[in-house]
Every structure is written in C-alpha cells, then in structure tokens.
Ligand binder design. Structure first.
Ligand code: LLP
Length: 413
C-alpha cells in the first residue's frame, strides 16, 4: 500500500488526504491510486519484457471504465468473462484485438457478440462450448480463434472458493481430453486453434504451483505440435497474490524468472491475466464510524460500509487491514460491522484498533480488487462512489448511486 501513507497524522492517497475526499464525496467511498495501478502494471510488463507478450487485465477484479481505459493506454489488453465486460472493455477503448474471453458458461448471445467484435480469442472450457462457438461462427461465416483452457490438476494452495485448477473444480479441460478438443477445432472450417491457456487460482503467494502447471501445459503444447496443431499463444492465467496481512507474496519477477526459461524456446506470445495484482493494493474503502456499541461480551464499531460494499470478509473470511484516517494512540479489540441485517455483515472480527469514536473515518485496505466489482444493492443500498487519485488531484470516476438509480429498471413497465 505504498501510495496510502500518513502525512502529518492523516492518511492520504498519494498527495490527497482521505478526510478531504470524505468531505467532498461522502462515505462509503472507494479510493484508488493511479500511480500504484501504473506501477503494478509496469512491473508485470518489465518482468515479461524479454518475450513477446500481452498483459490481459482480468477486469472482473475492477471494471471501472477509468481504470480499464488507463490500463489500455499503457498497452494492456483485457480478459473478459461476460458480454457485459466485453461491452465495458470496448467502451473503455480497448481494441478487440487485445480482448480474450474466458468463462465456463458463455451464452450463444455472448459468443455472437464477441465474434462480431472479432476479439483476439476465446478460452474454451469444454467440448460442448467448442461446439457452440463453432456453430455461431458458422452462422456468421466468421472464423473464431480459440485456446483451450487446460485443467492441469495442480493444487494452488489458496482458498477453496478461488482455487480453479484442480480436477474437482468446474474449470478447464482435463489434460487427457485436450488433444481431442484441438482436433475437433482443427477439423472445423470456422474455428482456428491458436493458443493454450491455464489459470489455477487466485491470491497465490507462491509461484511454484503456477510453474508446475506451466510444465504440464508445455508437454501438451509439444504433443499438439506433433499432431500438427501450432500453438502461438501461451496464456499462464492470473493469480499473483498481494499482501493483505503479513504475507510476503512472490511477484511477477519471481514468476517470470521461473517460467520464461521454460516457454522461451517455444516461440509463442505469452499472455497473462492478472487482476488482483494490479488493482488490489491500489485501492481502499473509506468508511465512517456511525456508532459504538458494547453488549457486555463484545465491543462493536458500527460503520457505514457493509457487506454489500465489500463482501470479501463475509464470503471468504478475508482479512483486510483497517487503519484510522486520523492517526491515534491506544488499543482495543473490536468487531467492525456494517449496517446490513445479517450477522455475516462484518469487515473485521476481534480486531485490534486504536479507540475510535462516532464520526471517525476508517480505511479498509487492499480493497481495490473484488471490492466495488462485487458490490450489490442488498438492503436497497446505493452503491458507493469511486475516486481515482493522481498526485494532488482526485477525480470522481463513478458517482454515488441515488435512490432513483435503485428503481430505474423497474419503472415504466
Ligand atoms: N483468469 C481467470 C480465468 C480467472 O478466473 C481469474 C480470477 C483471473 C484470471 C484473475 O485472477 P487474479 O489475478 O485476480 O487472481 N472474488 C475473489 C477472487 C475470484 C477470482 C476469480 N478468477 C476474491 O475476492 O478473492
């Protein structure tokens, strides 16, 4: 969280104090550092500089148009998982030639949309999906480029909900079926197999499982070349972890120095799909203390951000550091909870914080990835605003939703 630091006792994002942002834009509020996003992207780009590569930002992590646009301007492509993301990516100015499409449940409508846009390629997750892409491509008389997502059956050693590369997970094609799926693609007049893909899970703090999976996929590439299927794109997925508590995650340089020697000689373009690594620690959720409450057994700090704004603690029992915006001394143990009518609505359990009072501001750290992107309107709560900071300037990049926004899709029916 290099770009979130105390300056004269007040937490700031780059050069902008967070209390000023709260005053102007209200809370809850997502705040992102442009410099942090840029630097994280550049670290990835530098790590793969020795080989032809394209970084396809996994925009599911944070699909704000301003952030996607900025990454596009730095040369990024994107990894989309729905027609909606494809729509957003195009609106953010990402050229179709830099868009790849993942996901186990692409609808025919979404496939048609992507073929019309002429995206770089589809990552295919099953033989049945390949058939569907082939049919839609034939109808449109347009060739669809495909990669097969391999399920390498490697344990990524992360939370079970975000582990994707094991046989028991719904993702990818098992290695023993991969060659057949490529043959099927090769025989189809409107399908062009061009690449191979893997993604084994998210928030990986060690790169070894990715390296193991890459080794398995390389064996497949060699097998495919023998049977006349050229592989031009090798996609190693996303998954690099960030620091939420005290992790010391390995980063892109660690991954590149292990993986590039393995795939360097294949003559492929390297693709990767990082999401969390780029935006996770580049954003915080700013929230205000509404009440303190002591029920004898526990001390609660009730804040104005709930599980609808940031669901990661409730859903994955995820840890997010919480810092008071105004630096304070002292310690107490509290539960930081939101206003939603569920006991699962918490941001932290049994957390040591300096004593805070109603009206104080708190920053929930490392909330830039899968924060706003997973926000909902549960309890009819308007979604928070989002601000992008660059140096001493802050720009509103999504306005706070209004009550009218909440009912817009139900009116005039
Ligand atoms: N590629 C594919 C095919 C994916 O499924 C994902 C994430 C990514 C790339 C990006 O992974 P990343 O670099 O961000 O780790 N909501 C969860 C994370 C879900 C990840 C889903 N797939 C969380 O808040 O931890």
């Amino acid at each position: 969280m290099e770009e979130f630091r105390y300056r004269e006792g007040v937490l700031a994002c780059e050069g902008v104090p967070l209390n000023e942002l709260a005053q102007v834009h209200g809370t809850p509020l997502y705040v992102y550092s442009e410099r942090s996003i840029r630097e994280r992207f550049k670290a990835l780009d530098a790590a793969y500089a020795d080989v032809p590569h394209l970084i396809c930002y996994a925009m599911k992590a944070n699909d704000n148009l301003a952030i996607v646009r900025m990454l596009g301007q730095l040369g990024a492509g994107v990894d989309v998982v729905s027609g909606g993301e494809l729509f957003r990516a195009r609106r953010a100015g990402i050229p179709a030639s830099r868009i790849i499409f993942a996901g186990v449940g692409k609808t025919r409508g979404e496939i048609a949309q992507a073929i019309e846009e002429d995206i770089l390629l589809f990552n295919v997750e099953s033989p049945a999906e390949l058939v569907a892409i082939g049919e839609v491509a034939s109808e449109k008389r347009r060739v669809a480029r495909v990669s097969v997502r391999v399920n390498p059956n490697v344990d990524p050693q992360t939370h079970p909900y975000i582990s994707t590369g094991l046989k028991k997970n719904k993702f990818g094609v098992p290695t023993e079926q991969v060659v057949d799926v490529y043959r099927q693609a090769l025989d189809h007049p409107y399908l062009e197999p061009v690449g191979i893909q893997m993604h084994i899970g998210s928030q990986l703090v060690r790169v070894q499982p990715i390296v193991d999976a890459v080794s398995r996929v390389i064996e497949l590439v060699q097998e495919l070349r023998v049977v006349g299927i050229p592989i031009r794109y090798f996609d190693i997925g996303g998954g690099l972890g960030i620091r939420y508590r005290d992790e010391q995650p390995e980063g892109p340089a660690d991954l590149a120095c292990r993986v590039l020697p393995l795939i360097g000689s294949l003559g492929v373009t390297l693709l990767c799909e990082p999401g969390r690594f780029i935006v996770g620690s580049s954003g915080i959720l700013l929230t205000k203390v509404l009440y303190r409450k002591d029920n004898g057994a526990k001390r609660f700090v009730v804040v104005d951000a709930g599980m609808n704004d940031l669901i990661r603690p409730s859903l994955y029992d995820a840890h997010h550091e919480i810092w008071p915006v105004q630096q304070k001394c002292g310690e107490e143990v509290v539960d930081v909870v939101g206003p939603i009518c569920e006991s699962g609505d918490f941001l932290a359990h049994d957390r040591v914080l300096p004593p805070v009072a109603a009206g104080d501001l708190l920053a929930v750290l490392s909330a830039g990835a899968y924060g706003f992107a997973m926000a909902s309107n549960y309890n009819a709560r308007p979604k928070p605003a989002e601000v992008l900071v660059a140096g001493n300037a802050a720009r509103l990049v999504r306005r706070r939703e209004t009550y009218e926004d909440l009912i817009r899709a139900e009116e005039g029916l």
